[in-house]
Design a protein around this ligand. Structure first.
Ligand SMILES: *[C@@H]1O[C@H](CO)[C@@H](O)[C@H](O)[C@H]1NC(C)=O
Ligand SMILES: *[C@@H]1O[C@H](CO)[C@@H](O)[C@H](O)[C@H]1NC(C)=O
Ligand SMILES: *[C@@H]1O[C@H](CO)[C@@H](O)[C@H](O)[C@H]1NC(C)=O
Ligand SMILES: *[C@@H]1O[C@H](CO)[C@@H](O)[C@H](O)[C@H]1NC(C)=O
Ligand SMILES: *[C@@H]1O[C@H](CO)[C@@H](O)[C@H](O)[C@H]1NC(C)=O
Length: 384
């Protein structure tokens, strides 16, 4: 293993990568350095057997003047069209309103989807990984077992990660992780949970799949805007019957229930401030529409709601996804050395147990080889 922090990638060789850096907070705690390998969503590689290339087109690199400039996004979610899947889904997770008289105006959005008359068989969403699956699965659980863990002090020391118990014992952590995209889009929920007879899966199966393949960490892309507004997920892309433990009431309840589900199998979660909003990717940790105060607010929302023993498996926050057109150490307006310290210290103020993950600025460079000038770029998240 070349790195203790390794978020697995499932996609093409052209996919974005990220480098590592060190930042020291004023508290003297090393803010984590990491390699976060970029991924087109977990769904692309894992969940949907037929592939989702049409749903996750990547930006080509765009020409700006005579140079090729990197684009900030890994995926373009706005083209996602759930209609066929949603139609399938509705056939067995009837909307509560469909059972009410047309004249009834009382909203019943919190009503559980009724159980289909015949128990679905087989269970939808088994990931076709040439294993018999997880033994004992008869249906998807309404709750995931609480392992009774305490939130440890997650540490980064000398290039290694540790979980430290209150008595001082440190256990090294090695990460094999994935990105699970979706919550950073207008759907506000990870992709793939629409289990139907043809594709999609359930929260239980995702957790079971990751566990049986020894993945032990999930990076969860989020947006500042959805955290602040606590935007409820789009329920039409979730088969609530197959994932009853997923709480779709609010953005935060969805995150919390995902974290608990992962924790049941000892899988950690890295909260990723991926975009400022689903339409404002941002080059830095703020933009004109989303000032830094909003990002700080989003960090407070994460620490207030998730820094506790119930969510012991949250290891920290990736403070800004793939900064670009930023600088490092020039004291300018977009100096991410200042930005990372600002965000990281805000997190540590309310949750000293978490780690801050810092990505590097992606820049364009030139090199002259045998008299010819070539452009090249940092990896996404690299450039430190
Ligand atoms: C998933 O299944 C639905 C319903 O059968 C189908 O319309 C859709 O194209 C499938 N999606 C993918 C990505 O295979
Ligand atoms: C310290 O705490 C850990 C976690 O509770 C425990 O496994 C370990 O045995 C303890 N070590 C000592 C020396 O008490
Ligand atoms: C779902 O989340 C909401 C909002 O946090 C909470 O009020 C509700 O109790 C949760 N439901 C369950 C079943 O935990
Ligand atoms: C990069 O940032 C500078 C300073 O904030 C800004 O003027 C410029 O428009 C940005 N460039 C791009 C390509 O967004
Ligand atoms: C540079 O030119 C020399 C001499 O023609 C050649 O041997 C070498 O392979 C060239 N290097 C590159 C990187 O093209």
């Amino acid at each position: 293993m070349t790195s203790e922090t390794h978020y697995e990638r499932f996609t093409s060789p052209g996919e974005d990568n990220k480098l590592q850096s060190f930042v020291h907070s004023t508290r003297g705690k090393i803010i984590l350095t990491t390699v976060v390998l970029g991924v087109v969503g977990l769904v692309a590689g894992l969940i949907i057997r037929q592939g989702v290339s049409s749903s996750e087109p990547r930006h080509a690199q765009a020409l700006t003047g005579d140079k090729v400039a990197p684009q900030p996004t890994s995926i373009e979610p706005t083209t996602w069209t759930p209609s066929p899947t949603t139609a399938q889904l509705k056939s067995h997770t009837s909307s509560p309103t469909s059972h009410e008289p047309a004249t009834t105006s009382k909203p019943s959005s919190t009503t559980k989807a009724p159980t289909p008359a015949p128990t679905p068989s087989p269970i939808y969403g088994k990931i076709n990984d040439n294993t018999p699956g997880t033994s004992g699965q008869t249906t998807n659980p309404k709750t995931f077992p609480n392992r009774g863990c305490k939130l440890p002090n997650y540490l980064s020391e000398n290039g290694h990660l540790y979980a430290q118990a209150p008595n001082g014992t440190k256990i090294p952590i090695f990460i094999k992780g994935i990105n699970w995209f979706g919550m950073e889009t207008e759907l506000n929920i990870p992709f793939g949970l629409w289990a139907n007879p043809d594709n999609g899966t359930s929260l239980y199966e995702i957790v079971a799949f990751l566990s049986r393949h020894r993945f032990n960490s999930v990076r969860l892309p989020l947006t500042v805007d959805s955290l602040i507004k606590n935007t409820p997920p789009n329920p039409n892309v979730v088969n609530a019957y197959e994932s009853p433990a997923l709480n779709l009431t609010t953005y935060m309840s969805a995150v919390q229930s995902l974290v608990v589900a992962m924790g049941s199998k000892g899988i950690s979660v890295l909260l990723d401030i991926h975009y400022l909003s689903d339409t404002d990717k941002g080059d830095a940790w703020y933009s004109v529409e989303h000032p830094a105060s909003m990002t700080l607010n989003a960090i407070d929302i994460l620490t207030i709601n998730l820094c506790s023993d119930t969510y012991w498996n949250v290891i920290g926050i990736d403070l800004t996804n793939e900064p670009w057109n930023t600088t490092w150490g020039d004291n300018g307006a977009k100096d991410f050395r200042i930005g990372a310290a600002l965000l990281g210290n805000r997190m540590l103020a309310n949750c000293p147990s978490w780690l801050a993950f810092i990505e590097g600025n992606a820049q364009t460079h030139t090199i002259t080889i045998n008299g010819t000038v070539f452009d090249y770029y940092d990896w996404w998240g690299g450039g430190l």
